[in-house]
Design a protein around this ligand. Structure first.
Ligand SMILES: [Zn+2]
Length: 338
């Protein structure tokens, strides 16, 4: 059992050992039904000799599934002799949330991707965040955090990426984005200090976050992009022993956009039933009608128009039709030439 000085989590796998290992990160959790119990967070590592470390994570939000399917299949099919270096995979990062199929943990309501850098003395979600940042990312050179839109959003298959102060890290991130080869890529300005990309930045790890589908389901098209993207990143950074590995397909073209202002996000300003007037992948103009918010509980009340404040490409939309004030309805990216 591998312990860490600050974290209560112990690991069943030895991160320094060669070969393929799988097991659990054990997070002690004493509750009514299990006095001396622990939460079993599944983890796998494949190591073959010296070389850099790739950290792959999904289930950061528990209702985002393409990444969980991708890593589950990869853990079953990838063998040590097929790789060089080390690949660490954490398919259900916020295990309690992923087990429940929820964005946040049913134990402490924790949103893992708002919990970094975490706290080893904090709640279950904060302890997981601390371990990911200070133990797992601390071992990594590259990282991919596999997301989707979850229960409330749906994304076109999009790589989210950012710039770093360190030019070598920025270059590696661009190389990862291009290698992943999703149809869309969106450059974000800083998304705050509590997301996984900030944790990766603090650990000097080049990282991308990918948003693959959503709607609390597994869409076949988005899953294909996810699986192929992960293989291409492994190939581009020489993690595959066979440079002609047949699992690696050529990348398609990627359209790059940017979140250039807060107006790239369109919010409901009324409560009601949202009727969209545009679809994902459409180019929209500032001032254009995005949709209508109706009030069927008082159908005589005039419906309210929602209009875009920015021009760009729609890469994300809300899924549930009922909306409350403050819900995100659409998110776009403005043209970005790289
Ligand atoms: Zn997510």
């Amino acid at each position: 059992m591998v312990t860490h000085a600050r974290s209560p989590i112990t690991s069943e796998i030895d991160f320094e050992a060669e070969g393929k290992q799988h097991g659990f990160l054990r997070l002690p959790h004493s509750v009514h039904r299990s006095a001396y119990g622990w939460i079993p967070i599944p983890i796998a590592q494949i190591k073959n000799g010296e070389g850099p470390t790739l950290f792959l994570m999904s289930g950061n939000h528990g209702d985002e599934f393409e990444g969980q399917v991708t890593l589950t299949k990869l853990i079953q099919t990838l063998d040590a002799d097929a790789i060089r270096g080390r690949i660490i995979m954490l398919p259900m990062a916020n295990y309690p949330a992923a087990k429940a199929g929820m964005r946040t943990s049913p134990i402490d309501d924790g949103n893992l991707n708002r919990s970094f850098p975490g706290d080893p003395d904090g709640t279950v979600t904060q302890i997981i965040a601390h371990y990911i940042e200070h133990v797992l990312l601390a071992k990594a050179d590259l990282a991919i955090d596999l997301h989707s839109g979850g229960s409330s959003l749906h994304y076109l298959p999009t790589v989210l990426f950012g710039a770093r102060k360190d030019p070598a890290e920025s270059d590696a991130i661009l190389k990862m984005m291009r290698a992943f080869g999703a149809p869309y890529a969106c450059r974000f300005a800083r998304s705050g200090e509590h997301v996984s990309s900030a944790a990766a930045r603090r650990q000097g790890v080049a990282s991308i976050t990918v948003e693959m589908g959503g709607s609390a389901t597994v869409s076949m098209g988005s899953l294909k992009v996810t699986e192929e993207g992960v293989q291409r990143v492994m190939a581009a950074f020489d993690f595959l022993a066979d440079s002609n590995d047949s699992r690696v397909s050529p990348a398609g073209s990627t359209r790059t956009v940017a979140v250039s202002s807060a107006d790239c996000f369109v919010y409901a300003e009324e409560e009601g039933l949202f009727e969209p007037r545009v679809e994902l992948g459409e180019e929209v103009k500032a001032g254009q009608l995005a949709g209508m918010i109706h009030t069927p509980e008082m159908p005589w009340k005039p419906s309210v128009e929602v209009r875009f404040k920015e021009s760009g490409l729609l890469i994300c939309k809300r899924v549930p039709a009922r909306v409350e004030r403050g819900d995100c309805l659409f998110h776009m990216g403005t043209e970005l030439a790289l």
